[in-house]
Design a protein around this ligand. Structure first.
Ligand code: GDP
Length: 444
């Protein structure tokens, strides 16, 4: 499921480059592509519109978290919105009602209703140790009744005895009372399907609902029907107020549009997905995992979430090693500057270092340092390897050469060298346990 959508989005996000806050143009360009990708995935138009609007609002001008690229930030936003559209939390079948708990299965003929009834029954029996009674209410198709009977035999679940010439409502009543007297935990009613929705079907379903008072009404929908599935879900929901949706044939659905539309269109959770014909091919629907799968980028999402903390911790460790050895040349300074720039400033790095959290508060706000870091890095890059290793070599003529190489004033070179010297001194102090004077170092 979702392979094509995932591919498309991957290409879009890799195209967003640049740094800093997300520009309106970046976001709009990405959203155009996202919109196209969703439409190609057969997501309903109104869902596409609502979705892209939401993402747009959150993305334009969004502060890009330190140490992640804007493209990654957009992925995170799209991911979060996908999770919201798909329903946030997983929504398992509830059995929180007096036994026998009635579960009503509704949906069109061929949607996989009977198969899904069997799958759920097997799962309740095997995983939760429940005693389940199955009943087919499909009075028009004797074959359907036989199918459920055979299925019950296969999975070792009891099926209500077939009595000819009873109406669906009569069978429902009989199923409930049999389940009660038989001491069953759950009674599942597999209603008749049609090839399309009609008033008769809806009226019958509503009447069955009235007499059986189901705790769950699960609408079974073939995900391959795409847009039609949305209209179907709406009609059923308006009429019988379903409690959840089971999407079937998700194993054959590379686009996945139905899943995205369904929840948004009905507000009802997708509880389970059918992923094959076998009786155990049933999975819980986890919005977050599905969103990960759609984007094919779960790693990036967690990276964005943990970016600052993880990266800085790692770098702080490296720095601590340097401190211990008492070494700190201009290459190290450059490395530090690059890190700081990446992480949005000295403050975030210092927060990770033991004893420096309080001092970090006094430093200038993060990204204002970006340009300064760039200039300082350029200065160091204009030095030879020897000069970087031995800053003492930097006499007046060398400083002049470096200044013109980096396109800055000599005074900036002097400042940088002074900063390095202070920093190296400070390093020594820090490694001995103190940490004085650091805050003054990044004055400008
Ligand atoms: P019903 O008319 O709604 O009761 O549909 P059935 O349960 O008879 O299913 C129709 C066909 O769909 C059967 O051949 C099932 O094996 C198949 N089917 C049901 N669910 C799935 C699924 O999740 N994946 C696949 N690949 N096939 C399924």
């Amino acid at each position: 499921m979702f392979e094509s959508l995932s591919d498309r989005l991957g290409k879009i996000f890799s195209g967003i480059t640049g740094r800093g806050a997300l520009s309106e143009a970046d976001v709009q360009a990405a959203l155009r592509e996202v919109r196209r990708a969703l439409i190609e995935a057969d997501v309903s138009l109104e869902v596409v519109r609502a979705f892209t609007e939401q993402v747009g609002q959150r993305a334009v001008g969004a502060e890009v978290t330190r140490s992640v690229k804007p493209g990654q930030q957009v992925i995170k936003i799209v991911h979060d919105e996908l999770v919201a559209v798909l329903g946030e939390e997983a929504s398992p079948i509830s059995l929180n009602a007096p036994a026998p708990v009635p579960i009503l299965m509704v949906g069109l003929q061929g949607s996989g209703k009977t198969t899904t009834t069997g799958k759920i029954a097997k799962r309740l029996k095997d995983k939760q140790g429940k005693r389940v009674l199955l009943a087919s209410l499909d009075t028009r198709r004797p074959a359907a009744m036989e199918q459920l009977k055979t299925l019950g035999g296969q999975i070792g679940v009891d099926v209500l005895e077939i009595v000819p010439n009873q109406s669906a409502v009569e069978i429902a009543k009989r199923a409930i009372s049999s389940a009660r007297t038989g001491g069953y935990d759950v009674v599942m009613l597999d209603t008749a399907g049609r090839t399309h929705i009609d008033e008769e079907l809806m009226a019958e379903t509503a009447e069955i609902k009235r007499v059986s008072n189901p705790h769950e009404i699960l609408l079974v929908v073939d995900s391959l029907t795409g847009q039609d599935a949305v209209n179907l879900a709406r009609s059923f929901d308006t009429r019988v107020d379903v409690t959840g949706i089971v999407l079937t044939r998700v194993d054959g659905d590379g686009r996945g549009g139905a899943a995205l539309s369904m929840r948004a269109a009905t507000g009802k959770p997708i509880k389970l997905i059918g992923v094959g014909e076998k009786m155990d091919a049933l999975e819980d629907f986890h919005p977050k995992r599905i969103a990960d799968r759609i984007l094919g980028m779960g790693d990036i999402v967690s990276l964005v979430e943990k970016a600052a903390a993880n990266v800085t911790a790692e770098d702080a460790q490296k720095m601590a090693k340097k401190l211990k050895k008492g070494q700190f040349d201009l290459d190290d300074l450059k490395g530090q500057l690059e890190q700081m720039k990446k992480m949005g400033g000295m403050a975030s790095l210092m927060k990770m270092m033991p004893g420096m959290g309080a001092m970090a508060k006094n430093l200038p706000a993060d990204r204002t340092n970006d340009k300064m870091f760039d200039r300082q890095i350029a200065i160091i890059q204009s030095m030879t390897r020897k000069e970087r290793e031995k800053p003492d070599l930097l006499n007046a003529s060398r400083r002049k050469r470096i200044a013109s190489g980096a396109g800055v004033e000599v005074s900036e070179i002097n400042k940088l060298i002074k900063m390095h010297r202070q920093m190296a001194d400070m390093m020594k102090k820090v490694s001995r346990g103190g940490a004085g004077g650091l805050a003054s170092m990044f004055g400008g």
